[in-house]
Design a protein around this ligand. Structure first.
Ligand SMILES: *[C@@H]1O[C@H](CO)[C@@H](O)[C@H](O)[C@H]1NC(C)=O
Length: 215
């Protein structure tokens, strides 16, 4: 009896030890507006969950050569597509709570990188702005400003998410963890920013392709 129990116990322990890493490696995939998994390297438009007034696509203040990351206040303007690339590229599915580079997908070469990063703001109301000029890959403390995460958004409304800056696995000593919100600046418009005063910008992802214009 005793040995059966022991065998059963070691089996449970073994099963537990085996299952832990796979739970961690397999967080939920992020889904686009059609319920399909987001894929690394595929182009998406990031857009507000709200349509109409105040609900527009994410773009840059300069669409030819992207600089600061903004959100259009009107949904009639087409946003600038982005691609995602995870810090650990074990599969090509984009998953919630994983570190990602976000890059504007542009046709023409620019002298400035189109990889998103955060940059200290001179404005006292927001601490950090989201802009471009970041570096892709090389996760570590030298590149901590370039890593974002996608987390599940609020409530039960469809496939909604928020963008988060929280590079706790990339560089634990940074200690900065904030939702990306929208801050209105008169010269730049609705700029994506980090601040403890802003509410999270709730978004959905629309795959760029032949169908995207009909959604
Ligand atoms: C956008 O960037 C390009 C390339 O740097 C520049 O030539 C152009 O003047 C910029 N446009 C605006 C509106 O700033």
């Amino acid at each position: 009896m005793k040995s059966t129990l022991l065998a059963w116990f070691s089996f449970l322990l073994f099963a537990f030890v085996l299952s832990v890493p796979s739970i961690e490696a397999d967080t939920e995939p992020v889904l686009d507006i059609q319920g399909e998994e987001l894929k690394a390297g595929t182009e998406y438009i990031i857009t507000s969950i709200f349509r109409g007034a105040g609900g527009g696509d994410v773009a840059a203040t300069n669409k030819t050569c992207p600089d600061d990351v903004i959100q259009y206040s009107l949904d009639v303007f087409q946003g600038l597509p982005v691609t995602f690339s995870p810090a650990s590229s074990e599969d090509d599915v984009i998953r919630v709570s994983t570190d990602l580079n976000i890059k504007f997908s542009i046709k023409k070469a620019c002298d400035r990188s189109s990889v998103w990063k955060i940059q200290k703001s001179s404005n006292s109301e927001v601490q950090w702005l989201v802009t471009t000029g970041g570096e892709e890959g090389n996760p570590g403390c030298d590149t901590f400003t370039n890593w974002f995460k996608i987390e599940k958004g609020a409530g039960t409304f469809g496939y909604n998410y928020k963008l988060v800056f929280c590079p706790e696995d990339i560089c634990p000593s940074v200690g900065l963890c904030r939702d990306v919100g929208i801050y209105f600046e008169s010269n730049r418009g609705r700029i994506l920013s980090l601040s403890d005063k802003l509410s999270p910008f709730l978004v959905v992802f629309r795959k760029v392709g032949p169908l995207s214009s009909s959604i």
